[in-house]
Design a protein around this ligand. Sequence first.
Ligand SMILES: CC(C)(COP(=O)(O)OP(=O)(O)OC[C@H]1O[C@@H](n2cnc3c(N)ncnc32)[C@H](O)[C@@H]1OP(=O)(O)O)[C@@H](O)C(=O)NCCC(=O)NCCS
Length: 180
Amino acid sequence: MRFPTFVFTEATETQRHGERLCGSVSLWRNRHMTGIQIVRATWRDAWTLSRLDRKCFQPIDAYDWLTYLGLCLWPSVVALKAASGGEIIGFVASDRRRRHGHAIIVTLSVDPAWRRRGLGERLMHECEARIDLPRVRLQVRKSNTPAIHLYLKLGYTVLGALPRYYGDSEDGYLMEKARG
Ligand SMILES: CC(C)(COP(=O)(O)OP(=O)(O)OC[C@H]1O[C@@H](n2cnc3c(N)ncnc32)[C@H](O)[C@@H]1OP(=O)(O)O)[C@@H](O)C(=O)NCCC(=O)NCCS
């Protein structure tokens, strides 16, 4: 996740097809979170999503609004936003790479004001539920303890290290989850 280059790094080697499966609405009422909606993000959300991105990631990892526009429009991408009272408070996107038999979690973010209430976990569950491939993969900075704990809790395991993967040369982990 958080590729040093544009999200569609593997575009040339990936046959992109398949329908956008997301679109259903879910309401989650748990852990002090009532009325949170998780729905498909659209191109209209791109600017707001880029502002959420700035709250959640350091500049070196930032995606601009054009990247979010691409994520919301690209057919192989599942892009879901969490909204409360009209405000976007979380986002997850995955790219389905059928030829490789897996999907990649491209980005996951929860507004700092809404963290530690289970929203990141919920976004991941909702995204995974819309992935029709046997495996899900992601990359994470070695220093990103909250995210690593979240992925381990969700059943991801470390496939290997990614030396100097990020723009500032920090190492990453490649993690994977086999879907039952
Ligand atoms: C990672 C992130 C999405 C987690 O969102 P969140 O809504 O706070 O996570 P949740 O409340 O659903 O937490 C689920 C689990 O994740 C782990 N976790 C989350 N935050 C944690 C923290 N600060 N420290 C340790 N573990 C943490 C815990 O295992 C937690 O389960 P628990 O509550 O039973 O202990 C959020 O911190 C974030 O947006 N970070 C900045 C962006 C980012 O790094 N994205 C991931 C890029 S790879």
